[in-house]
Design a protein around this ligand. Sequence first.
Ligand SMILES: Cc1cc2nc3c(=O)[nH]c(=O)nc-3n(C[C@H](O)[C@H](O)[C@H](O)COP(=O)(O)OP(=O)(O)OC[C@H]3O[C@@H](n4cnc5c(N)ncnc54)[C@H](O)[C@@H]3O)c2cc1C
Ligand SMILES: NC(=O)C1=CN([C@@H]2O[C@H](COP(=O)(O)OP(=O)(O)OC[C@H]3O[C@@H](n4cnc5c(N)ncnc54)[C@H](OP(=O)(O)O)[C@@H]3O)[C@@H](O)[C@H]2O)C=CC1
Ligand SMILES: O=C(O)C(=O)Cc1c[nH]c2ccccc12
Length: 401
Amino acid sequence: MAATTAAAASRVVWVNGPIVVGAGPAGLSVAACLRAKGVPSVILDRADCVASLWQRRTYDRLRLHLPRHFCELPGMPFPDHYPEYPTKRQFVDYLEAYAAQAGVEPRFNQAVTSARYDAAAGLWRVRADDAVSGEATEYIGRWLVVATGENAECIVPEFEGAKEFGGPVSHVQEYKSGEAYRGKRVLVVGCGNSGMEVCLDLCDHNALPAMVVRDSKVHVLPREMFGVATFSVAVFLLRFLPLRLVDMILVFLARLFLGNLEKLGIRRPAGGPLELKNSRGRTPVLDIGALARIRSGDIEVVPGIRRFFRGGAELADGRRVAADAVIFATGYHSNVPQWLKGSDFFTEDGYPRVPFPHGWKGESGLYSVGFTRRGLSGVSSDAVKVAHDIATAWEQQTSTL
Ligand SMILES: Cc1cc2nc3c(=O)[nH]c(=O)nc-3n(C[C@H](O)[C@H](O)[C@H](O)COP(=O)(O)OP(=O)(O)OC[C@H]3O[C@@H](n4cnc5c(N)ncnc54)[C@H](O)[C@@H]3O)c2cc1C
Ligand SMILES: NC(=O)C1=CN([C@@H]2O[C@H](COP(=O)(O)OP(=O)(O)OC[C@H]3O[C@@H](n4cnc5c(N)ncnc54)[C@H](OP(=O)(O)O)[C@@H]3O)[C@@H](O)[C@H]2O)C=CC1
Ligand SMILES: O=C(O)C(=O)Cc1c[nH]c2ccccc12
């Protein structure tokens, strides 16, 4: 057995087919595509359900914010009665039905703590700890598919004085609804889609949100223009025009539909919305109503935080704001570098080194699904390619047996 730094696993499981880490949309879709080609696989997930990001780590009012046809997984459309922007419940129901239809049954409570390629044996050795019993299992197989996602861990920045604040502090992944914050002054740190939507939800529950927009910069786009999704317009234009030009058109249209946001304390970053999404994973905000609440003064926009003190924070402009609670909507990061060892396929940020559309295949039977910064459509695109490639190798292997 290969040397591992941790104690030897108490169980060893031989996997006939790929080992897939993650039972979110990426893991489910690659396993379903493999199954359709007659290739079995084993999915491991640290959580106790499929799509735990959606089921356990998102707020109640969440809906898909891209039109439904961009969010379908390979081989199964959404039910006809679903609306253009399905609710979280509908999306989760769809994912559960997707797994059931494909006959995919992930192994839950399996937190992968290390995976390495054993070159001598030509096999991947994946160690997982059972989240309930603590029992360690080593899974051994010919292929490894990384499907742990871009949102595996939450980012909570450190600030001077944070310990003095005194009130409840949480990350948006724990937020369900504004019910708990009625009448409270809430400082929401971050102005991506999460920060904006949580502020909107807080308003709807009569809380008093202030939203931190660091450097006052964020791209806000209307979700729709004259009933057409801005995202669909962007995808259409990208068929004919270079990305920079499409970005200029989007910013022009946003200005036309949303007006000048500088009056609200919001400036546009130097890079375009799609350029920043692709290069740095900064998703532009697709507005579903927060802007109107900023205009009406229900959501206060404030600059970056300098430090916390008891009951509030001092801001970059020296102003002090009082707050009863703080919610960090400061984003997520990949966790691949924490557990994938001895491979330089992923950068230290946990994304494939080779950019889209080529980042799905590594060396020695290593694959990735869902690290394209292109949401669910990127997940589907990777899943189809990975399943096709593994199925080809599988056929060659089984025909020579
Ligand atoms: C709030 C929110 C809303 C979004 N809305 C949209 C949208 O409308 N449209 C769109 O296209 N995209 C959207 N996205 C993007 C999102 O990335 C995708 O929706 C999708 O969930 C990605 O699927 P995934 O399987 O790659 O990752 P995930 O859904 O995060 O699944 C990864 C799985 O891996 C498991 N895992 C992680 N680490 C380990 C480990 N070490 N061991 C075992 N298991 C592990 C996790 O438990 C999880 O179940 C949204 C993201 C967020 C956060
Ligand atoms: N309805 C939907 O479908 C929804 C989709 N999502 C998606 O989920 C993903 C994650 O979104 P989200 O959770 O908003 O995370 P994002 O990474 O998109 O946004 C993080 C925000 O936090 C800010 N931030 C980070 N660090 C600090 C700091 N130290 N001080 C102040 N601000 C800080 C960032 O500002 P800066 O830009 O300056 O770094 C940015 O505004 C995205 O892809 C998003 O589109 C999220 C919610 C709803
Ligand atoms: O909502 C998300 O997290 C997504 O990743 C969806 C998405 C992919 N590409 C985009 C470009 C603009 C806005 C949203 C997305």
